[in-house]
Design a protein around this ligand. Sequence first.
Ligand code: FAD
Length: 413
Amino acid sequence: MTTNSIQQTDILVIGAGMAGVSAAIAASQEGAKTLLVDCSAVPGGLATAAMVGTFCGLFARHQTQTQWAFKGQARALAEKAASVSGSETASWKNGLRFLPYDPQALSNLLKQEICENHIHYLPRAQVKGICMAAGGVSEVHAQIDGATSTIRPACVIDASGHALSHELAGLPTMPAIAHQAAALAFSLEGLPTDMDTLPLQIMTGIHRGVQAGKLSAEARRITITPGSLNKGAGLFKFGIPPPSPATDLGSLKAVTERVIDDVLIYLRREEPLLRSIALRETAPEIGIRTGSRPVGQVLLTDHAVRNGLKPEDGIAAGVWPIEFWDTAERPDMEYFEEEDYYLIPAGSLVSACANNLFFAGRNLYAEDRAHASARVIGTCMQMGLASGILAASQLHGTDMPSAIATIRERQLL
Ligand SMILES: Cc1cc2nc3c(=O)[nH]c(=O)nc-3n(C[C@H](O)[C@H](O)[C@H](O)COP(=O)(O)OP(=O)(O)OC[C@H]3O[C@@H](n4cnc5c(N)ncnc54)[C@H](O)[C@@H]3O)c2cc1C
């Protein structure tokens, strides 16, 4: 391995998931020279690599009306994603609403947004080391095409989805107490187009196969991503019991793919209406819901989420219920009052240990059940905008209360 370039930047964003891209857009629009790095080849993080398929956390829970939960940049990005996907808001159970999207179209949209906002984007750049000096991050080391690049940022936003910056810098982290179920998404084509009962048909077919002993019981963990059926194609998820951090995800993916193959062979053979179904694509990554989190200045507690607390320094509105996946079959849903919401305090996105380090997205400082609500894409995008403005404000010497006021004005209703 060789060491080559040294790069200076105002703001380094680690991770080009929905939170990282949102943070980079906000930072760049605030006039900061912004570098966005991600170890993947395409932007979007779990939203594209794990083919999640639906934006949750955009709308207040309401039985009859679609009410946006926030405004501004995050809302505009969600609306553009719907437009390029040709999708519309869909309603689900108990007044929940979400927006389906096409992962490929989203990935193209994000590339365009990165480009139009003059963000310096480095895909396939893996952050491997962080050095601290004078109480802050001084250098970040990334491996790009077999060479190590040194980045010297004024501020860092860690949107890596797990406590990467704190782990690499040896700063305190908060491990997830309970691991949650993961999932492998896949898409099918050749589905009948003229059947309202298609989801039921597939589930009944799988159920019959399991009962007859022709499919293993785990086949029951296949679910249809709501709102994804379109022109004979659809997105599905195969639930995987909570993996531990030591699990070999490559082997687990291969085993899961074999089970999916068995199910498809069975359905084609035994279910006349599903004779033409074929696997279109399997997600590049198994989707892991939670990991360790960095220690920030203010903890988003389970209590705050359950009780809809709205602190004065709240910068992002959380509307999705606590969706806790302790088994691979279905989540334990914990709802708060209809139309109610909680606010994520700015301090959950500010490192308690490094004076120029911010967090965004599912990498916030939160307790387990609070995290199981705040990690949805709508909330992650809002946190992205917030941390982009917080970092840019620090760079420009603006005090924290003024930065928080700006975020609230731009984003909260
Ligand atoms: C199975 C599953 C189903 C889900 N379903 C839904 C749903 O239906 N609706 C919904 O709204 N949400 C859903 N979620 C949650 C949601 O998808 C994620 O929480 C959200 O997308 C997280 O966005 P993020 O930007 O914070 O993090 P991520 O999407 O995890 O992005 C982090 C990025 O950081 C990069 N990175 C990590 N380490 C490094 C490194 N060392 N160097 C460089 N880059 C690095 C990664 O490559 C990644 O691109 C689901 C999650 C899972 C796992």
